[in-house]
Design a protein around this ligand. Structure first.
Ligand SMILES: [Zn+2]
Length: 306
């Protein structure tokens, strides 16, 4: 009986330890947590694209919210009420599908300040940030118009979403500042889809998110200049052609950009069935052009930024 009691105590202690570690991405300083390391395919058994920037146990910035990321957000221990800003790289499903779930969850929290949301402008192929969020939560035609109080100016609510459409420039441009946080963006090429790469600076640390892009142009290299952490999307293998290559950068291009930008550390995410299992080849292509540390991301990985 005593032994059973001892085992039960040990198990309880172990489970409390694991729940603490699940909520400890970056206990001090700045860290980046990968909520979703996968692409659109469910068979990669990863949540789709999504990242959190933490500072001192607070989740400050959310970048994208692909399918599965809402669950990972909960697992990370973050609170929606902690966020200073949400950034979208573009409006493909694998970058946005869990946004509504995150907003609904926030309704149960105690948030009393606006929630700024920045993302690209629209075109005839994709909605702007304002259109995307209004199509979900707008009072007249929104799919989830029962939550329109979080958007509509006249309605009573604990907080409001504030929407910003960012055209993006060929050169990096600051778009948001709040306290110790500076966010800038650059326009990147991703087929016909308006898309942005983001740079988040907090406490003299710089984290750059490529989002999805084929890597053409100099903007991303400039945005990533001397970044402490560069998160790039490993969506296609070396030698990709056609539509795949038109949308995404192969490892050689990722390596070129990371090398030219002199980033301090490179993380590969947005891993897909066509790149999973090819890590050796990917790594060797990148190492020809970038000599710094390189890691492949998995869901909930936490990267302290020193
Ligand atoms: Zn995309």
């Amino acid at each position: 009986m005593d032994l059973l009691f001892f085992v039960a105590v040990c198990l309880t202690f172990a489970s409390s330890l694991s729940s603490v570690s699940a909520q400890s991405c970056g206990p001090e300083g700045v860290s980046v947590q990968v909520l979703g390391s996968g692409g659109p395919e469910l068979q990669d058994k990863r949540a789709s694209s999504s990242y959190l920037v933490w500072k001192d146990k607070h989740a400050r910035v959310l970048v994208d919210a692909g399918g599965g990321s809402a669950l990972r957000f909960g697992e990370s221990g973050a609170q929606m009420s902690q966020l200073d800003v949400i950034l979208f790289t573009h409006f493909h499903v694998d970058h946005t599908a869990d946004f509504a779930a995150l907003i609904k969850s926030s309704w149960f929290e105690d948030r009393n300040r606006p929630l700024p949301i920045y993302g690209p402008v629209g075109n005839d192929f994709m909605p702007s940030t304002t259109e995307f969020v209004t199509d979900l939560f707008g009072g007249r035609h929104g799919a989830y118009r029962y939550l329109s109080e979080l958007l509509a100016p006249g309605e009573k609510s604990s907080y409001k979403m504030q929407l910003h459409d960012v055209a993006g420039n060929a050169k990096p441009t600051a778009v948001f500042r709040s306290g110790d946080l500076v966010v800038s963006s650059v326009r990147v090429l991703h087929g016909r889809v308006p898309a942005l790469a983001w740079r988040v600076e907090i406490d003299d640390r710089a984290i750059v998110f490529s989002g999805d892009t084929n890597g053409d142009g100099e903007g991303l290299t400039q945005l990533a200049a001397n970044a402490d952490l560069f998160i790039a999307h490993n969506a296609v293998p070396e030698g990709a052609t056609g539509i795949e290559r038109n949308l995404h950068m192969p490892p050689s291009v990722i390596g070129q950009i990371a090398g030219n930008a002199r980033v301090k550390r490179l993380i590969l995410s947005h891993r897909m069935l066509r790149t999973l299992g090819k890590e050796d080849q990917t790594q060797s292509e990148i190492k020809k052009r970038f000599s710094g540390p390189l890691e492949f991301a998995n869901d909930l990985d936490c990267f302290p930024v020193r």
